[in-house]
Design a protein around this ligand. Structure first.
Ligand code: ZN
Length: 598
């Protein structure tokens, strides 16, 4: 491996490359060529042949230039490598300013297409010459169904901050300012921030986690009245918007944005909640392993087992190679290319952003993956996860045009979790029993949280919006009761809804991004269901690849239908749940073998 940081040769030579200025001029010229050509015309809104021509030109613009060309991508990547460099920040802002201006000037194209009559929409969707852009147009038309007039949209846009985001920001900023004195792992006391207290609740030391949870409950209690007002305000705002737009169910906006049919989300929610016995059994196992009769609410994430095996980056790469080799040769090729071309930024450095991501921008530009590899097991899985996103991007690039480049939220995490799980199996092959136990319990804990907890949360949100629409105001007591009802529905009898936990909705930021949480469950369960099929028949990987190549060319439902899979059918989701049930059974067997339970 030659590079451990990104090689930018396909973008620019350095931060002061004179080519940056030249490229900027090209982007401006290409953008305004398009804008000036189509701005004052109406023919493309009537004639499919003209619309095809306009869309072809729009696609070419989006493929190679977009609103910020190479410049925006380059400086965005550079600032993530070096966050504290003011010169880079300035250059990035400069690129963003231009991008915003072009974005505003080119918006007319999208808006005018959205506003054509229903009859004309049908005509366009049936037109053979527009077939390559069919789903792109379908999505615009579905959204347009709920759009109000231009001045009304403008007002809704302007009032969004005072009636929604300012409220949400208020609660989260109050919470983030809080500090409390707690007991640390080493037995000393210290005053810690809200985020630090949150992570201490997972400590294996009971005294540490119990003191942290006391402090946490205290903060929740302090802000529950404020949060009651906040939640009621944003629920009312949502109700007003939905009524104005004539949206029948509160979660419909989410489904439309995510390009997923409501019936599919309904099937997912129903199928998962019918199997709440799986998380209940998991928590019963966990209580036994921790040798308590009942887990307290805050103890559900306590780590079990100790794994401190180290994985140097070279070893991680090898493990991932092995896993990919057994799946598909093209996956291996893509990974090799990424490694040889310097598309990874591997190690932590001062000023580099934390965490990990896989970046893509225009369809014609290379993928870049940022890691912070510290030789832990988690880091191997992160490499696999981000590489999964990268492989997904490359497969889409090969098959789709620029207007269908991307993944809908409902399936964005399929490729990443798919690779992660196959790499994990590779690790398990060589692990001793203690390491296996530690990996399997961590994995189960993650999956229970990602699938069952998020679906319980989704159902909590559904009832929250319904109740609000019935009663017009919900007290903190009302909200707390609903919250505990749904939390205990998936946790079962081995977790106590301990005093204070009725207020934990106060800090749960996702319930403010209404109904977002289902997408955690859908992504992982689709991935699990596909894994289950690949394990049964390795040749199924061809179908997985077709799905991963489809990008935004159709809705997930239609893409799977072409592959002969019906995701509106509960058996599809049940296949995914089977994977988790199997892992749970294996973990119980291993716990017995190791004498951790009887
Ligand atoms: Zn991801």
């Amino acid at each position: 491996m030659k590079h451990f940081t990104w090689n930018f040769q396909h973008l620019f030579d350095n931060d002061n490359d004179p080519e940056i200025e030249n490229q900027r001029k090209v982007v401006i010229k290409k953008s305004y060529d398009f804008i000036n050509k189509w701005k004052n015309r109406k023919d493309y809104l009537r004639d499919p042949v003209m619309l095809r021509q306009a869309l072809d030109e729009y696609e070419r613009w989006k493929r190679s230039y977009g609103t910020d060309g190479k410049e925006g991508y380059y400086f965005w990547l550079r600032t993530s490598q070096d966050q504290n460099n003011p010169l880079l920040k300035a250059k990035h802002n400069n690129a963003e300013n231009l991008s915003k201006k072009i974005e505003n000037d080119i918006r007319f194209f999208y808006i005018r297409i959205a506003k054509i009559s229903k009859r004309q929409q049908r005509h366009f969707l049936e037109s053979p010459c527009l077939r390559p852009y069919k789903h792109f147009l379908e999505r615009i038309f579905v959204e347009s169904r709920f759009l109000l007039s231009e001045p009304e949209e403008k007002i809704l846009n302007l009032k969004a901050s005072p009636s929604y985001s300012n409220w949400v920001k208020m609660t989260s900023s109050f919470l983030s300012r809080e500090m409390r004195t707690v007991i640390l792992e080493d037995g000393n006391r210290d005053t810690l921030s809200f985020a630090e207290i949150l992570s201490l609740m997972n400590s294996q030391n009971k005294k540490v986690r119990d003191t942290a949870s006391k402090a946490f409950n205290d903060i929740m209690y302090q802000y529950v009245d404020v949060a009651e007002s906040e939640i009621n305000a944003i629920l009312q705002n949502k109700k007003i918007d939905d009524e104005l737009r004539k949206i029948s169910r509160p979660d419909l906006t989410r489904h439309i944005n995510d390009d997923i049919e409501s019936e599919i989300v309904d099937t997912l929610v129903k199928t998962v909640s019918d199997r709440f016995d799986i998380p209940s059994q998991f928590y019963a196992l966990k209580a036994k392993l921790l040798k308590v009769k009942l887990l307290k609410y805050h103890e559900r994430n306590v780590e079990l087992g100790n794994s401190n095996k180290k994985y140097a980056f070279r070893d991680s790469v090898k493990l991932v190679y092995h896993a990919l080799r057994s799946l598909d040769s093209e996956f291996v090729e893509i990974f090799t290319r990424f490694i040889n071309n310097g598309q990874f930024d591997v190690y932590p450095r001062k000023g580099k952003v934390s965490g990990a991501f896989c970046a893509h921008h225009l369809i014609s530009q290379p993928t870049y993956i940022l890691l912070n590899h510290t030789n832990k097991l988690r880091d191997v899985l992160t490499l696999a996860h981000e590489l999964g996103h990268g492989i997904n991007n490359e497969l889409i690039k090969k098959k789709q045009h620029a207007l269908h480049f991307g993944t809908p939220t409902s399936t964005a995490e399929v490729a990443s979790t798919f690779m992660e799980d196959f790499v994990l199996q590779e690790i398990l092959k060589k692990a001793d029993d203690e390491l296996k136990f530690s990996i399997m319990t961590t994995k189960l804990n993650d999956e229970v949280s990602t699938i069952f907890r998020q679906i319980a949360c989704y159902r909590f949100e559904q009832e929250l919006h319904q109740e609000f629409r019935l009663k017009c105001y919900l007290s903190k007591g009302d909200i707390g009761r609903l919250f505990q009802k749904h939390m205990s529905s998936y946790m079962g009898d081995s977790v106590e809804q301990s005093p204070g936990s009725e207020n934990w909705w106060v800090y749960w930021s996702h319930i403010r991004s209404f109904f977002y949480v289902y997408s955690y469950a859908s992504g992982l369960l689709i991935s699990k269901s596909l894994q289950n099929s690949v394990k049964e028949n390795p040749r199924f990987i061809k179908k997985v690849k077709e799905f991963l190549s489809a990008g935004l060319s159709d809705s997930p439902k239609a893409i799977f239908k072409k592959l002969g899979i019906d995701i509106a059918n509960r058996s599809f989701w049940e296949r995914g749940l089977t994977e988790i049930e199997t892992l749970l059974k294996e973990t119980i067997t291993l716990s017995r073998k190791l004498g951790k339970i009887r």
